[in-house]
Write a protein that binds this ligand. Structure first.
Ligand code: FMN
Length: 266
């Protein structure tokens, strides 16, 4: 099977998933790459319909060992049409636990045919100067691995004449998936002395939780803790002031400093 058109579909508040998914698509090197970015607030209500491209690459971040629930809600607005799909999760150098299995199962439920899977590493959303977790990732080595994964997918597809020739995809993970624990509502704060009211945080927020007038206001109950606003703020004015986040950062710093490498399943 020749692949001429690819649709990367991704939810990526701090843009590491987007980078990986697009690099995998470039590794396959099709004639056409047209993506769907599920990150802006509008993607919550947009109807994407059925995807008839020759291959879809679905990428989401790992949140607490699962697919980000906000990504799941948005993915459910898309349907496959027996469309082959590559499922990709990006995690912050702790663990991806059941997320890749969950994403494979969601893709199947939506009408896709998962043919390959990958777990890649991105800078941890909670990483900061005192807890530097996977800083700068995906780096050149990760991007090369993503490109090679794309090349391998192309090779696998060229060896078969129909999708039925491809065996079911096996990826690690457990079912029932790890239990998702709802946390109390919380959101980053704005340091007013550093804030220029530029509204970059508003543009970065996938759930439209932030508004800017004379000052920045954040609706805690809308925040999904993705840290998009913190990473995008040009003056470093957005930050966490939360004991639970401090504790998570401390744990990550003590336990997740050793570099993990991408894993692929073909
Ligand atoms: C709420 C939340 C939960 C997270 N849980 C995990 C996790 O269980 N394991 C892990 O390694 N990284 C975890 N991360 C880190 C992200 O998976 C990682 O930073 C990823 O690269 C973010 O993707 P994005 O840049 O596309 O937004 C979590 C991040 C957030 C915001």
């Amino acid at each position: 099977m020749d692949i001429r058109s690819i649709k990367p579909v991704f939810f990526s508040p701090t843009e590491t998933t987007a980078k990986i998914v697009i690099k995998i698509a470039q590794g396959i090197n099709p004639d056409i790459i047209t993506g769907i970015n599920l990150t802006p607030p509008g993607a919550r209500s947009q109807d994407f319909g059925q995807l008839n491209d020759e291959l879809t690459i679905i990428g989401t971040p790992v949140y607490a060992g699962r697919v980000s629930p906000e990504a799941v809600r948005r993915l459910r607005r898309i349907k496959g049409n027996n469309t082959p799909a590559v499922v990709v999760v990006v995690y912050g150098n702790r663990d991806f636990e059941d997320a890749l299995l969950e994403l494979r199962d969601i893709a199947t439920e939506l009408g896709f045919r998962p043919i390959a899977g990958g777990a890649f590493i991105g800078e941890h959303s909670y990483s900061n100067e005192t807890a530097q977790i996977a800083v700068g990732r995906p780096d050149d080595q990760d991007m090369e691995a993503a490109k090679r994964f794309g090349e391998a997918i192309k090779g696998k597809m060229s060896e078969v004449s129909t999708l039925d020739d491809i065996p079911a995809l096996h990826v690690p993970g457990n079912f029932p998936y790890k239990k998702w624990v709802e946390r109390d509502a919380m959101a980053p704060v704005t340091v007013e002395s550093l804030c220029t009211l530029c509204a970059e945080c508003v543009a970065a927020c996938p759930t439209a939780a932030i508004t800017v007038a004379d000052s920045v206001a954040t609706a805690e109950n809308e925040c999904i803790r993705c840290c998009g606003c913190i990473k995008k703020c040009p003056t470093g004015a957005r930050k966490w002031e939360n004991a639970w986040i401090d504790q998570v950062r401390k744990w990550l710093n003590e336990n997740c400093r050793q570099r993990k490498e991408p894993q692929i399943y073909l």
